[in-house]
Write a protein that binds this ligand. Structure first.
Ligand code: AVI
Length: 343
């Protein structure tokens, strides 16, 4: 997969050329989306990558999910971050730059910025550009002394950080922030590669504050992914409307239903969209047949033990500095470090 270039256009670049570059990037993103949909729907177990949940409507629905009574991860993680903010601030040290992978609404980061001594820069990396830019505008008002360096990119692909500070010479530590247990949306192999990639992006001497969800009672897990208000169902089904709109398919979202269950063998919640009848979906010259009850697998959300998580992190070149859980023991936040001089 080609690395995503993160360089911001040089100041003074002509608007026309920026528009052209933006259109080209949008066309490439649409072509990739179409290719991913065709590939995923051509597999024996149909599947779609969960990163496509997050268009504007999906991002709003996800924010709603985070406030649902059944969806405990956000509340548990906030509880941990509030209790441990001072320790995280001390770990970052003065003048650090905070790099958030998949920043979304950038809410949790405020707790960290408040606790850090003179944070130099905040670098959110997110695929949902408009949502991220709105969040950054709000943060810039609250933290005028912190350089805001948003990067619109798919953080699951190879990314490079733009230069931070004059000539890229910010001297503080680089601290990665990957909250929300998004690490659980990767397979364990992909999660290990991603953690190694984050280490390369942040460099020697960096730190990583990362949230992950812990294994627990099946009923608690399944309720969190199939809430009574139907918001998670709407979030899952929105993917079909997005595919219709952006790559020209003719899904009938009413012909599918949301399904979420805990797979105890794989230690993961699986989300699927189940066809409620035999049907066919067209996309250009492609044609996808669905049997009644056939599903599209849309997301895995792995639940870890602390030991399993740490084994993965060690394999990726990180060592544990601290490990915190909420009082119920439902969610964990790890502070990890990489060897070497801050560079
Ligand atoms: C973003 N990610 C960590 C969420 C999760 O819990 O796996 C996405 C989500 N899917 C359904 N509800 C929330």
């Amino acid at each position: 997969m080609a690395p995503v270039s993160l360089a911001t256009p040089p100041a003074g670049a002509r608007t026309a050329s920026r528009d052209t570059a933006e259109h080209r990037a949008a066309d490439e993103a649409t072509a990739l989306f179409r290719a991913d949909v065709i590939f995923g729907l051509s597999q024996p177990q149909k599947a779609l990558p969960p990163k496509y949940f997050y268009d504007a409507a999906g991002s709003r629905l996800f924010d709603h999910i985070c406030r649902l009574p059944e969806y405990y991860p956000t509340r548990c993680e906030l509880e941990i971050l509030k209790a441990r903010a001072a320790e995280i601030g001390a770990l970052a040290g003065p003048g650090a730059s905070l790099v958030e992978f998949g920043s979304g609404s950038s809410i949790k980061v405020r707790l960290l910025l408040d606790a850090m001594a003179e944070p130099a820069a905040y670098v959110p990396i997110d695929i949902s550009g408009p949502h991220m830019r709105a969040a950054v505008a709000r943060l810039a008002e609250a933290y005028p002394a912190v350089a805001m360096v948003p990067v619109e990119a798919d953080f699951t692909q190879a990314v490079r950080l733009p230069p931070l500070g004059e000539g890229g010479r910010l001297e503080g530590r680089r601290v990665g922030f990957f909250p929300g247990s998004t690490i659980g949306n990767f397979t364990p192999e992909a999660a290990t590669s991603f953690l190694a990639h984050v280490g390369e992006v942040l460099g020697d001497g960096s730190a990583l504050v990362i949230g992950f969800d812990l294994a627990k009672d099946r009923a608690v897990l399944e309720a969190a992914y199939d809430d009574r208000a139907g918001i998670t169902a709407a979030f899952n089904l929105n993917l079909l409307s997005r595919i219709n709109r952006e790559v020209g398919a003719d899904f009938d979202p009413g012909g599918f239903r949301h399904k979420a269950f805990f797979n105890g063998t794989e230690n993961r919640i699986e989300m699927h969209l189940e066809s409620v009848r035999e049907q066919a979906v067209r996309m250009g010259r492609h044609h996808f047949a669905f049997a009644r009850g056939e599903t599209i697998h849309t997301e895995n959300s792995y639940k870890f033990s602390v030991d399993a998580f740490l084994a993965m992190a060690r394999h990726a070149g990180w060592r544990q500095r601290a490990m915190w859980t909420d009082p119920k023991g439902w969610f964990a936040v790890a502070a990890l470090e990489r060897e070497g001089e801050v560079g």
